[in-house]
Design a protein around this ligand. Structure first.
Ligand code: FES
Length: 143
């Protein structure tokens, strides 16, 4: 009798109900999985906290000259070299549908290749702009 009580107290409801002949289509898992929509295989979130990189690294060769830009996919950032002393950083999530991986730059605007929407490089535009600081070759991005 004690084992039966223990079973009833500890078993999940669908199993108990099924034992009494009442089937349910419900999972017994205690933790539910969270659905996360896909964005072309890219990571979903932008990292929290400041990111510090040395732009003299070969990884950042595309922003070593003024006018250069790159999609820094591992951090979900679009980076553009504005001047010798300024790099702007934007979240690389397209404001239209959130895709992150088909960006191009025409010299004045970023364009998302999914539906060809364009976005200014101004921090007052549609792309989420982050605070940056460039000291020598060290770029700090506060996200
Ligand atoms: S997802 Fe970027 S333009 Fe549609």
């Amino acid at each position: 009798m004690k084992n039966r009580r223990t079973f009833l107290k500890t078993a999940c409801k669908p199993i108990v109900l099924a034992a009494f002949g009442i089937p349910l289509l419900e999972a017994c898992a205690k933790d539910e999985a969270t659905y996360t929509p896909s964005t072309g295989g890219q990571s979903q979130s932008t990292p929290d906290g400041p990111i510090e990189v040395d732009i003299s690294s070969s990884l950042f060769v595309d922003i070593q000259a003024v006018g250069g830009w790159m999609n820094y996919t591992s951090k979900n950032l679009l980076l553009i070299r504005i001047s010798d002393t300024e790099v702007r950083a934007f979240d690389n999530s397209c404001p239209h549908q959130g895709n992150r991986d088909r960006w191009s730059f025409d010299g004045s605007k970023f364009e998302c290749g999914y539906h060809n929407n364009s976005y200014t490089t101004s921090c007052n535009g549609s792309l989420t702009c982050y605070t940056t600081k460039l000291e020598g070759t060290i770029l700090t991005i506060t996200v």
